[in-house]
Design a protein around this ligand. Structure first.
Ligand code: ARG
Ligand code: ASP
Length: 696
């Protein structure tokens, strides 16, 4: 009996230990393959990544350098999140054709809308080039010398690699500079908008529901990749044809249940999983709170103004969403770190690591690292916060300060290199126009009043009455004339005069000091990574996210956010009706959807319980950039679309814990239901490959 108990304990530890991590797709053979099998996968490493044959990776694209997208038909149809396609949807919208509000559906290829600048990039191959990149690097070199050799070697490799004319190469650092990989990529530039649900579906629940479960957001949009007559990437042309991909994901109609295997394949942006405890303490106790405070002060103003005026609400919707997204994430991150006891646990881990160093006689070589981290962070924390606070005030929340900052960049660029004046001016003009498109001086003035005292004692509201920047016409007039005249006018502007010393202090002192200290920390972090791998060689080490293609796997699982509360892993259309508030900015439901619910007109998209599933939870280790990533079942079929994480689980960027970290996906059947039953875009369903993997 006791043995059985021990065995069960061992198995649970084993199972939970086998999740988490964002793995390099070309290195899955062996451990990862085994772990996936243990979790229920039927896929081999080669099914996921193969250079010589088509594999899942051929269907996974990097959407505009930020989000992820996947090919879901033989005609280049791709799926991503509504929030990833948001600015494209917005750019085609007008008062007459409000696609954000009403949705958009192209009923044939001719109606699909081109998007200037939008691109999708695929990975052709991944190759370890560590030896070449690190050749010639010696311990006696300074960090700067090392980096410049690394850059030189990397550039040489990129140039030497033979590729097709439409391909590109890049070398990326992994494990904090302990390993390097070469990527050959293909970039498609003719990407057209195919479909988007109304925001009341695609952004249902908005900020109130952001980062939380139960969730009911249909966060998806559809695009199509076009290629030239040879099926190769090309710039937009009327004569381009829908791309015929090497692979597209079949879509499963059989859905999911708790415990099912899930694989999320995409481009996670940035994580910091190997921080010392002192860094986690700094981030959660000092850094996050100061950023949260600034955003909170700004949001208080913006939210109130948005509630009192529809015009302001529309103007500030996207800005507010951006500010609120990270604000809410940081609060959740702190909650999760506390709830999981992360700092104490990491200290325990560090003790074990220090013991292992001794046992392995590595303490002479690496024993200095942890104490050195303590010293460096002690010295770094103040400047890190000061620098970030500047960014929060000058570049995130207050728009007048942002305009002065951009103007300062123009002035310095043009003074350093007089030939660049016209270019720098054009960049500034486009920035100013961008800001003024959605600018309300009263809102911005109140934001200034709220946030500036959190950065500086030098607060002067009167600058708003006399500056030229708060009006687009007068701001552009500042930029008319010869460079000399422009600089003179600029330096007479009260807001510019006020901001310039603060900006100069930031650039010359604050940021300079930050960069110096940050370089030392990064160098030590690189040593620490190496030391960990030598001292504790049997642990699972995956590289931190760096916007390259990764695989993460887990299972469909509910979770317990607090005592006596358990969240089921699947939400349903019924829950949308529970949340429905007529006319509400966040929780309105389109009439057509209410009618479909009332008549239970669900087609082939209901679960075995007769309900339409909307979102579900998994234990996949994801981060920003994984939005739009496919959730793939044990056989390689599409079952979900990743778009978010649960609140406390956002700490997974520093401390993934399978107990409380969950990613949130839209159930593919809900997407099909909306495309088919709500939008009537049945031609899109027809071009997909629908499968029944669970029905034999
Ligand atoms: N929290 C998700 C992610 O970081 C979704 C963000 C979009 N939704 C929103 N309400 N802002 O990016
Ligand atoms: N919502 C995020 C994204 O946009 C995903 C996440 O942070 O979980 O990539």
């Amino acid at each position: 009996m006791r043995l059985l108990k021990l065995l069960i304990l061992f198995i649970t530890i084993q199972v939970s230990a086998q999740q988490g991590g964002m793995w390099i797709p070309s290195l899955l053979e062996g451990m990862n393959e085994q772990e996936m099998t243990n979790l229920g996968s039927k896929l081999t490493a080669k099914d996921i990544y193969d250079v010589n044959n088509s594999s899942l990776k051929d269907a996974i694209g990097h959407f505009n350098g930020g989000c992820t997208t996947e090919i879901i038909s033989g005609k280049g149809l791709i799926l991503t999140n509504h929030h990833c396609g948001f600015s494209q949807i917005q750019s085609h919208s007008s008062l007459e054709n409000d696609y954000l509000k009403d949705g958009f559906w192209a009923m044939n290829l001719e109606e699909e809308l081109p998007n200037e600048g939008l691109f999708v990039e695929f990975i052709v191959s991944i190759e370890d080039v560590t030896t070449q990149v690190l050749s010639g690097i010696t311990d006696t070199m300074t960090e700067k010398e090392k980096q410049s050799s690394i850059d030189k070697n990397s550039n040489a490799i990129q140039k030497q690699t033979k590729t097709e004319a439409w391909q590109a190469t890049k070398v990326k650092s992994f494990y904090q500079g302990n390993q390097y990989f070469l990527f050959v990529t293909e970039r498609f530039e003719d990407i057209r908008l195919v479909g988007a649900p109304p925001s009341s579906i695609g952004k249902f629940g908005s900020d109130t529901d952001n980062w939380v479960f139960p969730r009911h957001t249909g966060d998806f949009s559809l695009f199509r990749i076009y290629a030239d007559e040879n099926n190769h990437p090309a710039k937009y042309s009327k004569t381009n044809k829908p791309y015929k991909p090497k692979h597209h994901l079949p879509v499963s109609l059989d859905g999911i249940e708790e415990g099912d295997f899930t694989l999320v394949f995409g481009f996670p942006g940035r994580t910091n999983e190997y921080l010392p405890s002192v860094a986690i303490e700094h981030i959660t106790q000092e850094y996050n709170p100061s950023n949260i405070a600034i955003r909170e002060a700004a949001l208080k103003v913006i939210d109130a103004k948005m509630k009192s005026s529809d015009a302001t609400r529309i103007k500030y919707a996207s800005k507010q969403a951006r500010i609120a997204n990270a604000w809410k994430k940081w609060i959740g991150e702190n909650l999760g770190i506390e709830k999981s006891n992360a700092v104490v646990n990491r200290k325990t881990f560090e003790n074990n690591y220090a013991k292992a160093l001794k046992t392995k006689k590595l303490d002479k070589k690496y024993g200095h690292i942890l104490p050195e981290f303590d010293r460096l962070y002690g010295d770094f924390s103040k400047i890190n916060i000061k620098r970030r606070n500047f960014i929060e005030v000058f570049l995130v929340t207050n728009e007048l300060m942002q305009m002065t900052f951009r103007a300062y960049q123009m002035e310095t660029a043009a003074k350093t290199n007089p030939n660049s004046f016209e270019n720098a001016k054009a960049a500034l003009v486009s920035r100013l126009k961008g800001i003024h498109k959605n600018y309300d001086v009263q809102v911005d003035k109140d934001v200034y009043k709220a946030v500036m005292p959190l950065y500086s004692n030098n607060v002067d509201i009167s600058i708003y009455d006399k500056t030229a920047f708060t009006d687009l016409k007068s701001a552009l007039q500042l930029l008319e004339g010869s460079p000399k005249e422009v600089f003179k006018k600029l330096n007479k502007d009260v807001a510019y005069k006020y901001a310039k010393p603060l900006i100069e202090e930031f650039i010359n002192t604050i940021d300079a000091e930050f960069q110096k200290k940050n370089t030392s920390i990064s160098a030590l972090q690189k040593q620490y990574m190496k030391a960990l791998m030598e001292a504790l060689p049997n642990a699972r080490y995956f590289p931190d996210a760096n916007s390259t293609l990764r695989v993460t796997y887990g299972q469909v699982r509910g979770y317990s956010p607090r005592d006596a509360v358990y969240y089921q892993p699947v939400s349903y259309l019924d829950g949308i009706m529970e949340k429905y508030i007529a006319g509400d900015y966040e929780f309105d439901v389109p009439k057509k959807l209410r009618d479909l619910h009332a008549s239970k007109d669900y087609g082939q998209y209901a679960d075995s319980n007769g309900k339409v599933p909307v979102c579900f939870l998994g234990t996949n280790h994801t981060t920003g950039g994984n939005s739009g990533s496919p959730a793939i079942d044990a056989q390689g079929n599409l079952i979900g679309l990743n778009f978010d994480r649960v609140w406390e689980g956002t700490m997974s960027d520093m401390n993934y814990d399978p107990e409380i970290c969950r990613n949130i996906m839209v159930d593919l059947r809900y997407i099909l239901f909306i495309v088919d039953k709500y939008a009537g875009a049945t031609h899109l369903i027809d071009e997909m490959t629908l499968v029944h993997p669970k029905k034999k």
